[in-house]
Design a protein around this ligand. Sequence first.
Ligand SMILES: Cc1cc2nc3c(=O)[nH]c(=O)nc-3n(C[C@H](O)[C@H](O)[C@H](O)COP(=O)(O)O)c2cc1C
Length: 498
Amino acid sequence: MPLRVESLVSRLSSRLSSLFLPQKAAMPVAVGRSPSPSPSGERPAKKAKVEGVEATAAAAPAAPKAKGKPSDPPIPPSFPGLTTEEIVRRTEEEMSLPIEIPRTYPYPLDYRDKLVLAPMVRTGTLPTRLLSLYYGAGLVWSPEIVDKAIIGATRTVDPATGVITYSKGQGPIFTTHPIEKPFLIFQIGSANPELAVQAAKVVEQDVAGVDLNCGCPKPFSTHSGMGAGLLSTPDLLLDILRGLLRNINLPVSAKIRMLPEQEPTLLLAAKILRTGVSNLTVHCRTRSMRPNTVAMWERLGDIVALGTRRGLPVICNGDGDGWANWDKIRSVTGATSVMLARSAEKNPSVFQPSGPECTVKVVIPQLLNIAEYTENPWGNTKFLLMQFKPSPAPISSLSKQERKEASEVTSRAKSAQDVVDKFGFELGKGKAFMDELEVRLKARPEWNVWEARKVAEGEGVVVEAAAEEDGSDESNDGSPDAAAAEDDEEAATNAHPA
Ligand SMILES: Cc1cc2nc3c(=O)[nH]c(=O)nc-3n(C[C@H](O)[C@H](O)[C@H](O)COP(=O)(O)O)c2cc1C
């Protein structure tokens, strides 16, 4: 019998925790969850001037507003015509085959043992990413940007701040800063291997990794086969990953949602893990599940186990609160890293090991200073402010009334100065924030790796690692031992004299 979890979840979400999770783990998952700002958790942008937004605009015209509960379109199965037994057999077969495109990178990314910032259209702009890194995010994902939106964009660098902007047509498509490069993963929306490669090539010099969005359930993504649409076309999904693996000299990863049944999910994961990707992130909800439905952590362990057999990390996404429930997620899923979306959207200091800071007193002043320094468009800055929730006690000493007033100030503000005047702090501290961020990031191992790359490139040393495209190469069978051996070899093969 196939494992039909989704139907249980939609009807009995409140009982699911007690059915599947250890009693202690179940409670905090459902408690204290505030409703997400959108019905799906992945919402289209409204304005066309901020990174990620053009991506959605480029994908399709805005869908008409749904009234009441949106009805789910029929979702084609991922592996039509296969019995559960056949799917299980094929999963084992996939796991026994060698990695298709084994790659070694001069500077591989370490996806393990981290809290990471999720890709978030509109929310995951440069200020959010810098704040998240400042507070301890191990890696940060860009918002999804559709291939066609970034292809052909012009790259400019602000000589005063170092901010890099990719623009096309009316405004910026994607903005970054060199300081985040060693930790930044660029997420692509695509349903075409050639376009995905072209898009990745545009930004390759400014990011540390490339990720394929295979989870966005919104019609603007799925109608053209992107996002969660790829879950129904696994061959296309895999071809896009193969294209990126063969042509981009950066680690490639994928972010998927779970399929309604467990066995096809495992076959899909096994196929993705075999391509040669460096990481798989799993949003522990299905395409049709709403964000306020409890994430199905209990199903992730099987996928993590497949990753372990390949020597690859699997990141858990869904209902992560930061340090507050990291241990719990680790113990339920076996995943060592957790990707945070809405908790970081409400307060990016959630990455801080000692717990989050007060948004009103600490994080909002920082946000406005970073936004001023990086010249983030006010429309986006205001949007970010609106997502911040005034921290409750004990994080904040503000009374309920003061928190209410703070929310009113941010929602009425027409400029950063309006907030500054009411809250009583100073702007002009963006540079100091960046200096402090640099100190913090320099203490991390990734920084030294990238410094070494800069020096090597400056000295004319070739730091590119060659792709081994021959699928018959059995030198890496994907086992943990083979992966470890490959890691050892990297140091020796990274830099070849030109
Ligand atoms: C505002 C917003 C924008 C999002 N945009 C993206 C996106 O661009 N790409 C993507 O893969 N997921 C996107 N998501 C989904 C999140 O990355 C994440 O999978 C989902 O919110 C579940 O994580 P959470 O429970 O920690 O919120 C978005 C979610 C939110 C709330």
